[in-house]
Every structure is written in C-alpha cells, then in structure tokens.
Design a protein around this ligand. Structure first.
Ligand SMILES: Cc1cc2nc3c(=O)[nH]c(=O)nc-3n(C[C@H](O)[C@H](O)[C@H](O)COP(=O)(O)O)c2cc1C
Length: 357
C-alpha cells in the first residue's frame, strides 16, 4: 500500500490516504457562527493535495462553542458558508467532512451553561450540571440536526468529536460519567449517547453519508476504548479517527522502538483490531513525509491524519506523494497556545518569504 493509493470509505472515495485533521481557527468566525471568507480560503488552500479534509470542530448549539468566534451548524442560515467550504474542497478533488462538537461540562460559562453527564469541575472550577435524560435527548437532536445541515451543505459526511475531553468524551470516560441510568455504567452504556446519535444520523442522512468518529484510543486502557468504538461501528460509524481522551493513555502501549509517539500508536492498535472491517487513522506529531509513508506502507493504519503539518504547509501531502520540498512545522505549539497564538505560525512566515523570492 502507498500513501497515494485511493481508499473508499462507505461510498466516498479518497484519492489518497492523507487527511487533514480538524484544527479549529480561533477567531475566523463572528458571533453568528457563520463560516467566513477566511475559512473558505483556508480550506481551499489545504485541500489541493489531501484525500480528505475534516473541517474543524463546529458547534451544534451556540452554548457549546469554544468561544464567541467559532463556527456553528446550529441554524439553517449557517448552511450557505459551509456549502462554500465543501465546494472549494470538492473543486480541488478532495473529499470533505465536518466535525460536530459540544463543549459540555467544560463550556466557558460566559458562552453557555456547563452541562454534562455528571457534575464535574469545569472551566475556572465552575461545577457542571448533570443533564436530565430529556436534555440528553435534546442534545442528541442538536447533533443530528447539525449533521443534516452538513449534508445539505454538500459535505460527504460528518465526524463526531468524541475525544479531547468534550461532551461525547465526557460520556465515554468513567471518571466524568457517573450516571446510574442507561447513559452510564459499562463501556457500552457510556457509548450510548453517541451511538444513538450515529443511528439517527444514519436514518436521517442516508446510507451513503459518511459517518466518522474521532474517538479515544485509550481512556486510559485500550480495551475499553475499543469496546466503545465497537458500539459506534455497530451503530453505523464508517471510519474511526483515533486520538486521545481525558485520561492519559497507558504509556506501555508503545515500547519506544517505534518511529511514532504514544497517541499515534493508539491508531495503530485500533487498526490491528479493526483491520478489514473499518478504516482507521492515526494522528499526532506526524511532521515528516517519511513517517506518513512508513505508517501506510507497513499497513499500520489505513489513512494518516495531519494537524500542524497541514497548518504549517498545505503542500505537505505533495511532499509525501512526490518528495517535493515543504516547510516543516516548527513544533512550537503557537497555533494552540502561547504568545504567537493564534495565527502567527513561523512556518507560514517561511512560506511567504519563499513565495516572495
Ligand atoms: C490549532 C489547533 C486546533 C485544533 N482543533 C481541533 C479540533 O477542532 N478538533 C479536534 O478534534 N482536534 C483539534 N486539534 C487537534 C489536532 O486535530 C491534532 O489531533 C493534534 O494537533 C495532534 O496532531 P498534529 O501533531 O498532527 O498537529 C487542534 C490542534 C491544533 C494545533
């Protein structure tokens, strides 16, 4: 297998196995949550070589945004901007899905009420409120309605943000989900919140709509994370992108001889388990084309997901496919936090300098 080989997931064909990871743009949207020209240009630039773009975490309700400048899909008026994003990716030959999210118990209280499966300390120590079963059902409907809007906008599918500590992950994780009703308990019960969303999206958006989960690879153990993902697959999930959860993964999942890190190894372990049944990707600190090729050529995963490498240089996939030059991510984390945040990527400055030569 080569990184340039196509792969068909459900009925969507990716022209290669290089995918852009969801990476939120912190201040591109206004309070209306609509996609802006900046978003459209950002994704136009980054879909030139990718097999698939997963558009950043997008709020299913205004109260579940990261802040007041993030995109949403909670209202029909937001469909048009997303149609433009999906359109530029398709025009470039890339498949495109969008990640759906709610911040849940760690919602910034100035944005919305922190609510989740159970009471836990959230932002600034503010305790979240445990959702009633009716509220759980309303929240599920918000995810499904957003997925339907995504379909109307022309996306090939959606991805549930089921990792990194947000609402779905809060249901998955035993430490943040202390419920004693049908939404808490063993792994299957903790997966119920998202599994029911997946089933309903499948019903409403049809058989050919790609449904992905960006799921936890360990929380902290691999077995419970796989048990949760199995529930998602049973419900109709077509594609697992694997990342980290609330608890740190068991460090013994890598032995130190692999050329990739612990979080990336979670995708490799998932691929061992799901191979031939459900495509699996890995992510995290994949900053060299040689590592992408290693992961694909050794059949360690089906697709490789790239966050910062794609932010640093949208032509990174071309470097994987053809050996062309690229600007490497400085690994400075300035796109996530720090004084350069959010849009002062030093690699972008190098690209601009190169372009001016
Ligand atoms: C600026 C930035 C924004 C991010 N936004 C999201 C997001 O919207 N959804 C998500 O699941 N992960 C998000 N992440 C995490 C990335 O998708 C990825 O998992 C992480 O950066 C590690 O991969 P990398 O080393 O290839 O960047 C973000 C990361 C960065 C740097």
């Amino acid at each position: 297998m080569k990184a340039g080989d196509p792969i068909t997931i459900n009925r969507t064909t990716l022209r290669n196995r290089i995918t852009m990871a969801p990476t939120v743009k912190f201040d591109y949207a206004g309070e209306d949550g609509k996609a802006t020209e900046k978003h459209i240009e950002h994704y136009r630039e980054r879909s030139v070589y990718t097999g698939l773009v997963c558009v950043e975490a997008t709020a299913v309700l205004p109260g579940g945004r990261f802040g007041f400048s993030h995109m949403g899909l909670w209202d029909d008026s937001q469909i048009e901007g997303h149609r433009a994003i999906a359109g530029v990716c398709h025009d470039n030959g890339s498949a495109v899905i969008i990640q759906l999210n709610h911040t849940g118990a760690i919602t910034n209280p100035s944005v919305g009420e922190p609510i989740g499966p159970s009471e836990i300390p959230g932002r600034g120590g503010v305790m979240s409120r445990s959702m009633t079963v009716d509220e759980i059902h309303e929240m599920q409907k918000a995810f499904v309605a957003a997925a339907l809007r995504a379909k109307k906008a022309g996306y090939d599918g959606v991805q549930l943000h089921a990792c990194h500590g947000y609402l779905i992950n809060q249901f998955e994780c035993a430490e943040t989900n202390k419920r004693t009703d049908e939404y808490g308990g063993d792994a299957a019960a903790r997966a119920r919140f998202a599994s029911e969303i997946i089933r309903e999206i499948r019903k409403v958006c049809g058989d050919d709509f790609l449904i992905s989960a960006r799921t936890i690879g360990a929380d902290p153990d691999l077995e419970s994370a796989i048990a949760i993902a199995e529930e998602y697959v049973k419900a109709g999930c077509d594609y697992l992108q694997v990342s980290s959860g609330i608890k740190d993964p068991d460090p013994s999942l890598v032995d130190g001889t692999e050329p990739y890190n612990l979080i990336c190894s979670l995708g490799v372990h998932f691929h061992d388990h799901f191979a031939g049944r459900v495509p699996v990707s890995c992510v995290n600190s994949i900053l060299e084309p040689s590592l992408v090729n290693h992961l694909i050529e050794n059949s360690l995963v089906d697709t490789v997901d790239l966050g910062r490498a794609m932010l640093a240089d949208p032509a990174f996939p071309n470097a994987v496919l053809t050996g062309a030059d690229f600007v490497k991510c400085f690994d400075c984390k300035s796109c996530q936090y720090g004084p350069r945040m959010p849009h002062n990527c030093p690699a972008a400055a190098v690209r601009e300098k190169n372009a001016a030569k």
